[in-house]
Ligand binder design. Structure first.
Ligand code: NAD
Ligand code: UDP
Length: 319
C-alpha cells in the first residue's frame, strides 16, 4: 500500500543499470511510475540509464544490495546479480552473497514496507535438466560444487528465502524463472552467446562454437520478457509463481551462429572451442502457466530480435 501522497507507484529496481533492469525501468517510467534504480555498477553501466538522467521521476543510487537499504517504495523488482557466466564466476563468493544476502535485505525492506516484491530467478535453477521442456514443478539437476554453482545455488537459495518470507511473514512475493534473454544493451564483452557471436561476426573474428554446438537454448527478446515481468508483478494477489518466462522456440548454438553470419553478411568462419564445465545440454521453457495465468507469450521472432540486437551492437562497437 502506498504511504506517499503521490498517486504514482514508486518502484525500486535493483540491478537497474544492467541489461534487463534498464529496459524494465524504461517500461515503468513509460507507465507513469517513480523509479529508484539501485546498482553497484559491477556489470551494469551508467550508459544504460544515461538517457534518463534528467527524467523527473527517475533516481539513481549507487549501492551494493549485500548491505541493508532503507528507502520508501511501493514495489520492488530484485534484479541485482551478474548474469553471464564470465561475470558471475569472476568473484563467485560475491555472486552468492548478492543472491542470498541481497534477497534477505530486499525481503526485509519489503516486509517493513508491506511492499510487493518480485525476484528475477532463472532457468539455471533447473541446472542440466533431465526433463524437457522444463515445467515449474521440476526440481532441477544442479551441481552444488561446480563453477556455475555460485549462480545456480545462489538463485535457488534466494527462491527458498522468498517462499519462507511468504509463508512465515505473509509477504506478497512473485518469482519469475527467466530463460536466456537477449537484445539491445547487452554487454558486448559479457561472453554470452548472442553478444559473442554478433561481436565476432561484426569484427570479422571467427565465431566460437563451444563443444559440438548441438546444445540448445531458447532465446527470448528483451521486450517480450519485460512484458512478462510487468504482467507477473501486476498479477492477482496470492499468485506467487514460480513461473517460467522465456521463448519456447529452441535452436542449437550452431544454427544461431549461422543465422548471425547471414544477418550480418559476415565473412567470419565458425571454430570449435572447448565446452565449459556443467554447460547444460538443452533448455526450453514450458510456458503453459504464463499463458494461462498471465495471458503472456513471446511475440518477437528470433530473426527480428537479432536484427535489432545487431543494429545496437554495430552502433556501439563500430561507432
Ligand atoms: P546484468 O549483469 O546486465 O545486470 C545485473 C545488474 O546487477 C548490473 O547492473 C550489476 O551492476 C548489478 N549488480 C550486481 N551485483 C550487485 C550488487 N551486489 N548490488 C547492486 N547491484 C548489483 O544482467 P542481466 O542480464 O540484466 O540480468 C538481470 C537479472 O536477471 C539477474 O538477476 C539475472 O540473474 C536475471 N536473469 C537474466 C537472464 C538473461 O538472460 N539476461 C536470464 C535469467 C535470469
Ligand atoms: N556458447 C558458445 N559460444 C560462445 C558463447 C557461448 O557456443 O561464444 C554456448 C555455451 O556453451 C552455451 C550456450 O552458448 O551452451 C549459451 O551460453 P550463454 O553463456 O549465453 O548462456 P547459458 O549457458 O548461461 O545459458
Amino acid at each position: 500500500m502506498s504511504r506517499s501522497y503521490s498517486p504514482r507507484k514508486r518502484s525500486l529496481v535493483t540491478g537497474g543499470a544492467g541489461f534487463l533492469g534498464s529496459h524494465l525501468i524504461d517500461r515503468l517510467l513509460g507507465d507513469g511510475h517513480e523509479v529508484l534504480c539501485v546498482d553497484n555498477l559491477f556489470t551494469g553501466t551508467r550508459d544504460n540509464v544515461a538517457h534518463l538522467r534528467r527524467h523527473e521521476r527517475f533516481e539513481f543510487l549507487r549501492h551494493d544490495v549485500t548491505f541493508p537499504l532503507y528507502v520508501e517504495v511501493d514495489q520492488i523488482y530484485n534484479f541485482a546479480c551478474p548474469a553471464s557466466p564470465i561475470h558471475y564466476q569472476h568473484d563467485p563468493v560475491q555472486t552468492t552473497k548478492t543472491s542470498v544476502h541481497g534477497s534477505i535485505n530486499m525481503l526485509g525492506l519489503a516486509k517493513r514496507l508491506g511492499a510487493r516484491i518480485l525476484q528475477a530467478s532463472t532457468s539455471e535453477v533447473y541446472g542440466d535438466p533431465s526433463i524437457h521442456p522444463q515445467t515449474e514443478d521440476y526440481w532441477g539437476n544442479v551441481n552444488p560444487i561446480g563453477p556455475r554453482s555460485c549462480y545456480d545455488e545462489g538463485k535457488r537459495c534466494a527462491e527458498t528465502m522468498f517462499f519462507d518470507y511468504h509463508r512465515q511473514h505473509g509477504l506478497d512475493i512473485k518469482v519469475a524463472r527467466i530463460f536466456n534473454t537477449y537484445g539491445p544493451r547487452m554487454h558486448p564483452a559479457d561472453g554470452r552467446v548472442v553478444s559473442n557471436f554478433v561481436v565476432q561476426a561484426l569484427t570479422g573474428e571467427p565465431l566460437t562454437i563451444y563443444g559440438d554446438g548441438l546444445q540448445s537454448r531458447s532465446l527470448c527478446f528483451v521486450d517480450d520478457l519485460i512484458d512478462g515481468i510487468v504482467a507477473l508483478m501486476d498479477s492477482e494477489p496470492g499468485f506467487t509463481g514460480p513461473i517460467n518466462l522465456g521463448n519456447p522456440v529452441e535452436c542449437t548454438m550452431r544454427e544461431l551462429a549461422e543465422m548471425v553470419i547471414e544477418l550480418t553478411a559476415s565473412k567470419s568462419e565458425l571454430v570449435e572451442a572447448p565446452l565449459p564445465a556443467d554447460d547444460p545440454r538443452q533448455r526450453q521453457p514450458d510456458i503453459s502457466l504464463a499463458r494461462s495465468r498471465l495471458g503472456w507469450e513471446p511475440k518477437v521472432e528470433l530473426r527480428d530480435g537479432l536484427e535489432l540486437t545487431i543494429l545496437d551492437l554495430r552502433e556501439r562497437i563500430l561507432g
